[in-house]
Ligand binder design. Structure first.
Ligand SMILES: [Zn+2]
Length: 479
């Protein structure tokens, strides 16, 4: 049986989840559901990154202890499972024992590439990373637009430089395939500038005692990225060398990381280097999505434009939120959220498009007593059959290329075709072909429901139920 492993990034839990991460979870969920439908043995992982300084600072600001803060926010991230109808198989928190054990084991497995030295550098807590002067924009972090802190410490370092040529080949030859190709080029140009060794620990004192101890040196905590990245194998039981780890990581050629563009370097350079050092197998694909903006600007608390996924789901329903993100946001570029755009999509595509078609067909089928059980025999429209076949082809191709929006566009083209077909045949008027037309439409709707399964799982179920029971209920009431 073919295997499929996919992971999302694990977000910091310094605040409640916002829609940018919801987008990543929804994209990942579609792929997990699709691969399960293809009959593959699928493992879908998400979780939370809890050992960062950011969390320490957020807790200090709120006047609570760090444990309290991470527990409170991790719970909210977990709740997205229900709100967004996510099908992840595991949720790992980096404060869990299984993770701590695994992170320390990986450190030990990389030991030959780890050394200690005195260091002075500019650190952005937002990124949890040191920057070179040349990488800053007028002295500010390019990601956070904040001034990094000057830090001088004796820390542990990882010999990243040693892996420069190997990594270059791996990325060039697509042993790790980076999608889209523009991101691959970004990684290569970063490697070509020359890789320097990276600092992988910090003084426990600076970390306020929060984080994972460096094995054998309690005065130091593991740098949060060196601790976080192995979550992808720790959840599979790397720390105790479990069978699941062998099966889904070591002996699986189908491992996918889904991440946002801001953390590409960590996943495409640092993480593979760590795996090479520990003599472990590499991931196969890294898919990089863009950022979600709100009203054309980066979501930020200070601008007051942060979109809360819980509020959105409560107002519009899970599948409407899933639909908007998958249809409106270009999968590997930035995309914009506004309530106007959301409601326009909702009304035109869901209420009037899909919802209206299902209601019309189910109502007519009930009236004329057309049974969907005999569908395959009754379909006599070669044009419709051809269109359905083509839709499946386009849909599958789009999904293979992570083009969620294009997969949905092809489904909605089929919906439009059905609308035109119904207008042309006018099956509400008595005619010889009346029942046949309805049977054809029921057949098309069965296919549409199947295609929607990974995207809008609840809606897909509802359509199939209505086709069976012939009870018409609005899928998406107009707003
Ligand atoms: Zn930063």
């Amino acid at each position: 049986m073919k295997k499929f492993y996919l992971s999302t990034a694990i977000p910091y839990v310094n605040s409640a989840p916002h829609c940018g991460f919801a987008l990543e979870l929804i994209q990942s969920d579609v792929l997990a559901r699709e691969h399960r439908l293809l009959g593959e043995n699928t493992f879908f992982l998400t979780g939370t990154d809890e050992n960062s300084l950011k969390n320490v600072q957020a807790a200090e600001k709120e006047g609570i202890n760090v444990k309290e803060l991470v527990d409170k926010n991790a719970k909210k991230f977990y709740e997205l499972k229900k709100f967004l109808n996510l099908s992840f198989d595991d949720f790992i928190r980096t404060t869990e024992k299984r993770h701590i054990k695994g992170a320390q084991k990986l450190w030990q497995d990389c030991q030959k590439d780890i050394y200690k030295k005195k260091y002075r550098g500019l650190y952005c807590v937002g990124c949890e990373e040191f920057y070179k002067e040349s990488e800053l924009e007028n002295g500010f972090c390019p990601e956070h637009k904040t001034k990094p802190e000057l830090i001088e410490e004796e820390n542990y370092f990882f010999r990243l430089s040693k892996y420069q040529e190997k990594l270059k080949k791996i990325i060039e030859k697509e042993k790790i395939k980076i999608i889209p190709a523009t991101r691959k080029n970004e990684v290569l140009s970063f490697i070509n500038q020359g890789l320097e060794d990276i600092c992988i620990s910090r003084l426990a004192k600076r970390a306020r005692g929060w984080g994972i101890d460096v094995p054998g040196d309690k005065s130091q905590k593991i740098w949060v990225w060196f601790d976080a990245l192995p979550n992808y194998i720790n959840a599979l039981g790397y720390g105790k060398d479990s069978q699941k780890f062998q099966k889904f990581w070591q002996e699986n050629q189908n491992k996918l990381h889904i991440i946002g563009k801001g953390i590409l370097r960590f996943h495409a350079i640092y993480w593979p280097a760590m795996l090479l050092s520990a003599k472990l197998v590499l991931p196969n694909i890294i898919f990089v999505h863009g950022y979600l903006t709100s009203g054309g600007q980066k979501m930020s608390k200070s601008l007051g434009n942060v979109i809360d996924p819980f509020v959105l789901v409560k107002k519009y329903g899970t599948d409407a939120v899933r639909y908007f993100f998958l249809r409106e946001i270009p999968p590997s570029e930035d995309g914009d959220f506004t309530f106007e755009k959301f409601e326009t999509r909702y009304n035109s595509d869901l209420a009037n498009g899909l919802g209206n078609l299902v209601a019309r067909v189910v109502t007519l089928a009930t009236k004329l007593k057309v049974k969907s059980e005999k569908l395959k025999v009754t379909v006599k429209n070669p044009k419709l059959n051809k269109i359905i076949d083509n839709t499946w082809k386009n849909y599958q191709k789009a999904l293979e290329e992570f083009k969620f929006n294009e997969a949905l566009i092809s489904i909605w083209e089929l919906i439009s075709f059905c609308d035109r077909y119904i207008e042309k045949e006018r099956p509400w008027q008595e005619s010889k072909r009346q029942k046949e037309t309805i049977a054809n439409l029921l057949f098309a709707l069965t296919n549409i429901a199947d295609m929607l399964q990974p995207f809008l799982p609840e809606t897909s179920k509802k359509i199939i139920k209505q086709l069976k029971t012939k009870e018409s209920k609005p899928l998406f009431p107009r707003i």
